[in-house]
Design a protein around this ligand. Structure first.
Ligand SMILES: Cc1cc2nc3c(=O)[nH]c(=O)nc-3n(C[C@H](O)[C@H](O)[C@H](O)COP(=O)(O)OP(=O)(O)OC[C@H]3O[C@@H](n4cnc5c(N)ncnc54)[C@H](O)[C@@H]3O)c2cc1C
Length: 324
């Protein structure tokens, strides 16, 4: 490759495969601008095939650390592998998936490497001095801050669905298998059990039917489930339904999951800024609320003023007939 700067490169790493692909899409664009290599780091167990795939999605090189001991994410070994690799190869930029696991890894890596870390970048670009500029939503979703770096490597975390997943292409890249020496794990996993509520990642959903405090009882969630089933979507909720009522385990919004579905149906959700900040990139927003003054109607593409207990069953029936 012409113009490749030695001992540099733009790296991407995530413990979530789809997010790795999304970052490769944006990473390819930035690496081309910088005329540098795009490198993916893949850590896990039996992940050789997935690593090979990454070259089709834009990686020039993949550093692969494949070891049965790395089957499940654990902070210490993953961090020590990334740190060893980054110290050896000096990436210019490191994009890390902004997942529950990725965020602390990024912060800890930045501390070890005595550099900065910009979390949750929904926009990324580079300036004429090869500085990465991260855009992040701030002030409760009312402003976008542009942040850049004074040191290298430049570490930024990227949330799911911030960037489009690229289409695979028939292109060549190098997959380099590495020995897996890593720090001893200082914590022990006693038990793993799947979470009842989060069977699928809500960020991946094409349709989300979401409820707020307008829902009176936990059992009434069935109304949302029914509509979500007809639309092949998933159910989401506002934060009070998790924090106050304990009916769900995850919420949508600024401090929860940021979603980008084709269709977001907000039922009995007032639409305050902290919720809206997490849904504003949805293609179509439909709001159902009995208060015509509810702020959700300001950002909704379609609004239904009325009682969700009447509207949801009627909507489900109408859609079921249409889709039959
Ligand atoms: C730092 C911080 C971060 C936060 N992060 C988030 C976040 O990420 N996500 C989030 O959601 N919240 C977040 N919040 C909480 C947020 O400020 C709001 O309190 C919350 O979003 C309100 O939830 P809601 O719309 O369900 O409830 P409410 O604001 O109480 O709204 C309920 C709505 O339901 C309507 N309604 C009632 N009954 C019916 C009915 N039968 N039919 C139709 N409509 C009906 C009402 O008219 C009302 O508009 C955060 C708060 C803070 C301080």
């Amino acid at each position: 490759m012409n113009g490749v700067i030695e001992n540099a490169g733009l790296w991407v790493f995530s413990d979530t495969y789809d997010l790795t692909l999304e970052m490769l899409g944006k990473g390819r664009e930035l690496a081309d601008t910088l005329q540098t290599e795009l490198v993916a780091v893949m850590i896990g167990s039996s992940v050789q095939e997935k690593a090979n795939e990454l070259t089709k999605y834009g990686a020039d090189k993949v550093y692969l650390v494949d070891n049965p001991a790395l089957e499940h994410f654990q902070a210490e070994p993953y961090l020590s592998i990334l740190h060893t690799l980054a110290t050896k190869h000096h990436p210019e930029i490191l994009l890390i998936g902004s997942t529950k696991n990725g965020k602390p890894i990024a912060a800890r890596l930045a501390t070890r490497m005595e550099t900065g870390c910009v979390p949750d970048c929904t926009g990324l670009s580079v300036d004429g001095n090869r500085r990465l500029i991260g855009e992040r939503i701030t002030y409760g979703g009312n402003a976008v801050a542009k942040v850049t770096f004074k040191s290298k490597p430049q570490i930024a975390t990227v949330p799911s669905r911030a960037f489009e997943k690229p289409s695979p292409r028939d292109r060549k890249g190098e997959v380099i298998g590495l020995e897996s020496k890593f720090e001893t794990v200082k914590t022990e996993v006693i038990e793993r059990k799947p979470l009842e509520a989060s069977t699928a990642r809500i960020e991946e959903a094409g349709v989300i039917v979401s409820c707020g405090r307008g829902l009176d009882k936990k059992e009434d969630k069935v109304l949302l489930d029914d509509l979500a089933t007809v639309l092949c979507g998933q159910v989401g909720c506002s934060r009070p339904l998790v924090e106050d009522r304990k009916w769900f385990s995850e919420w949508v919004g600024l401090s929860g999951h940021k979603v980008k579905p084709k269709l977001y149906i907000a039922c009995g959700i007032s639409g305050v800024i902290q919720h809206v900040a997490g849904i504003r990139d949805s293609k179509v927003i439909v709001a159902i609320n009995k208060d015509p003054e509810a702020p959700i109607f300001e950002i909704a593409d379609y609004g239904v003023v009325g009682n969700l207990y009447e509207i949801l069953p009627a909507l489900k029936e109408a859609l079921r007939k249409q889709l039959q």
